[in-house]
Design a protein around this ligand. Sequence first.
Ligand code: KIV
Ligand code: NA
Length: 265
Amino acid sequence: VKRITTHVLQEMKDNGEKIAMLTGYDFSMAKILDEAGIDIILVGDSASNVMAGHETTLPITLDQMIYHASSVVRAIERSLVVVDLPFGSYQGDSKQALHSAIRIMKESGGHAVKMEGGKEIIDSISRILTAGIPVMGHLGLTPQSIYKFGTYTVRAKDEDEADRLIKDAQLLEETGCFAIVVEKIPADLAARVAQHVKIPIIGIGAGNGVDGQVLVVHDMLGINNEFNPRFLRKYKNLHNEMLDAFQMYIKDVRSKDFPNDKEQY
Ligand code: KIV
Ligand code: NA
């Protein structure tokens, strides 16, 4: 199998082929994602929400991200594995940022890191890149800054913030990032960003004018039926399927239907 590299992703953008990315946090799910042919598995700090049940992405630790990432890496043959640097592991201190990124690469075997922000974290990004570690940017709605924003609504609706976002995207490209996630921004702005920079722009809630798409895997599988933003397409309703399976099992145990003669030794 041909492995996906940052160079393959650049070729995909240059050839107008869209990049498909989903999150993954564990071995079993990552194995299916890789088999399906997903280009990028993002070990997102959304693990803080979907795996650990926190309200925000802030509490997840570097050690926990390494645990999730190493589980994913053991499952894959083809996909590129990108790992989020968690809140507190890279902001405001480029030396600490490099140390955090090196720990992810060494201890998990992931292929790249992702970091939220533009100009304000450029020293950290640049220092990580000097170590030969590929960096994916993340602009627009950046959930690690949720207490600054106050809400999870669409970002960059006014011109000032839109201009800043385009400048940040250009800065990330010049600094050497291999791709950028743009989250929850107007579709026309996202399309402009994708035209302005040569590196791949991967959108979530950012319309169809970008170079690829990403979703949280539990959301697109419909495992969580309480999260229904407009941008989310649910490909299954696994919440109902799983609920049904668990209830059937409970019923079979209670009625002594399970196990039957063939299901025992
Ligand atoms: O952590 C995450 O799942 C993400 C994606 C939503 C881009 O950063
Ligand atoms: Na994230």
